[in-house]
Design a protein around this ligand. Structure first.
Ligand code: TYM
Length: 332
């Protein structure tokens, strides 16, 4: 079992990232060798000033360590320090098909009507993502539901490359999607995903929000006037209510059903303060650790440098195998 996953270093970590991915990353460290990276090469698909990008990478590294990523056990690095990612992406560009990339929902959503004006990096983004996991022979890729399609594409690319070149080079990665928190939704709209690109900060909980901000965001979160039922299935059609129950369950490591049973018959006036308390109890210590790590950019750089050296060494044989399979390097 080899675990590989990444996150874009754009702005703050939010609750969707934490419950959908990072909390599970931290747990998986007990079960497998893990590689976690900051997808700074992926962030080129959006314009970000250079200084800001560098700061974002350090901030996100600090956030991951604060969430429990243990850099003695797991390999933490940023893509740009491991050139094998960009190299394998280029080699896989010969295998990936335009039609496959054209079908990606993220491409369609982000490019919108202005496809001609979108960057090539935005279009090719899923091929780089395939390279990210195939380089390390990943078996398990813990992600939220929104990344499932990209990982299915990685499997298609790996299969076609292996078949076309007559090799057994790449392991097919499995998306590993959490049961409870696969998709955490916006606090303002239960049908939109919680996201860092939502213009309203009230739509998400950031890991660095203080207790008052968290309480205010939960108090103002959209809900309905009905009390909670005694079964989770009965919440069908109540997207905002479902989302708050899901957040509670994921934070408390419980099922949604056990949460609705506890609060059955009560309204959101009773439920929301309990949810806010749970959020503050979970995120408060993370934010405090994050503030400490942020003070020390030199240590963060040293951690990323060490991680990149370990990652490069593990990636090297697969990258070499890809060059050889394509007739770009001689076989040994
Ligand atoms: P990114 O940076 O958007 O998100 C990081 C992780 O957080 C999950 N996530 C969510 N989960 C549940 N509910 C939400 N509202 C929510 N929002 C985000 C994402 O599913 C993801 O697991 N393309 C990736 C980064 C990446 C990557 C990779 C991931 C690059 N290469 C290789 C895995 C393997 C992305 O933009 O994630």
């Amino acid at each position: 079992m080899r675990v590989v996953s990444g996150i874009q270093p754009t702005g703050n970590l939010h609750l969707g990232n934490y419950l959908g991915a990072i909390k599970r990353w931290a747990k998986m460290q007990d079960e497998a060798e893990c590689f976690f990276f900051l997808a700074d090469l992926h962030s080129l698909s959006t314009y970000i000033p250079a200084e800001e990008r560098m700061g974002n990478v350090r901030d996100m590294a600090a956030a991951l360590i604060a969430c429990g990523i243990d850099t003695d056990r797991s390999v933490l690095f940023n893509q740009a320090r491991v050139p094998a990612h960009a190299e394998l992406c280029w080699l896989l560009n010969g295998t990936a098909r335009m039609g496959w990339l054209n079908r990606m929902t993220q491409w369609k959503d982000k490019a919108g009507k202005n496809r001609e004006g979108a960057s090539v990096a935005l279009f090719d983004y899923p091929v780089l993502q395939a390279a990210d996991v195939l380089l390390y022979q990943a078996t398990h890729v813990p992600v939220g539901d929104d990344q499932k399609q990209h990982l299915e594409l990685a499997r298609d690319i790996a299969t076609k490359f292996n078949t076309d070149m007559g090799v057994e080079l790449f392991t097919l990665p499995e998306p590993h999607i959490g049961e409870t928190a696969a998709r955490i939704m916006s606090l303002r709209d239960g049908n939109a995903k919680m996201s860092k690109s939502d213009p309203s900060d009230m739509s998400r909980i950031n890991l660095i929000d203080d207790a008052d901000t968290i309480a205010a965001k939960i108090r103002k979160a959209k809900t309905d006037a009905e009390p909670l039922p005694d079964s989770y299935d009965a919440l069908e059609g109540r997207a905002e209510a479902k989302n708050l129950v899901t957040i509670y369950a994921a934070l408390a490591d419980r099922t949604q059903q056990s949460v609705v049973e506890e609060f059955a018959g009560q309204g959101f006036g009773a439920f929301k303060p309990k949810l806010a308390d749970l959020l503050v109890a979970t995120l408060g210590p993370i934010a405090a650790r994050l503030a400490d790590f942020r003070e020390d950019p030199d240590t963060l750089d040293a951690v990323l440098e060490k991680g990149a050296a370990r990652a490069s060494a593990v990636a090297a044989p697969t990258l070499k195998g890809a060059y050889q399979a394509l007739g770009l390097h001689a076989r040994a």
